[in-house]
Write a new protein. Sequence first.
Length: 373
Amino acid sequence: MLSRRELLRQVAITTVAIAIADVANAQGEGVGIVGLKDLAREKGLFFGAAVNGTELKNRASTSLILQECGLVVAQGAQKWSSMWKNQMSETPADADALASFAQANHLKLRAHALIFASKLPGWVEQLSASELRAAFERRITYACGRWKGQVHSWDVVNEAILPEDGRADGLRNSIFLQKLGSSYIADAFSLARQIDPSAMLCYNDFGLESNTEFARKRRRSLLSLLEDLKKRNAPIDALGVQGHLRANTNFNDKDWVAFLREVSGMGVKIIISELDVFDRDFPADIQTRDRDVAELTSRFLQATLDVREVVGVVTWGLSDNHSWLLSRLKAGEKLYTRSDSAMPRPLPFDANLRKKPMWYAIADSFKSAPDRR
């Protein structure tokens, strides 16, 4: 007899095929009445997307966000590099705009990210250890305090593991580690909880999903970090699994679910926090490429949502014209350029805000998920 996950995986393939036909027949009809947020809510989950400032100035984009999302998160506006460019004063205007949009439209606000060593203004690199400690505490106190009571979840620390740096604990050899010591992660969580006790506090990272030695090392380091945080009594509530899937993702649902259960066994909830599909190596034909993106999304989500401690899904953008992959391509980064120079198609809606098979893959995964209510 087939297991539940195996049965769902087979059904998902059929669903994606049907979805492609539906998309072909429905182009031009606009956004449907039922959004992904509604399908997620029916199972006690949430669905949201990352948003940038240009979308909030576009009526079609904001309408789509309101139709589909129960939660929004800033792609970049709340990062240290955006909010505190000048050492003398913070610059929160863009982040404030998203917070106001969320509050006015009764959306949950997810905040990203308090401490992220890869996105720092240059002046931070020049600080002494004591100066960095002061800036570290000011950053957390200011940002958590500014939106206190409005934030559903904070990415308190982002991407702090990097096994390739050679440390036994797998931590990234960042400026924070070098000058503040390995306790900086627990310290960040403790201070964030003190400033905003109502927010769900998350650790967020990438490269965990595939069945490769690269991902296995990252998973081992991540579990070690969670164990350390628990020993230090750090108030961590959730793990953000970014979910930047790739065309060549070697995904093993059994191993993946086992990892998620290890995380949840520590009393930590899980959010799929930045879902998209890097489709550079998928076929040029758009219909085939969209099918492959949807099938990979479906395989990943069907297995992931079977774990009840997974509480929500956030895509890193909603439409292809607001993807970080597109911005990297436009910047001329060869790693993100397809051999046919085609635009990336990593998200549930295309550049014209039309549903793609990926939308149906996410929708079906919500419908198939166990009820959390």
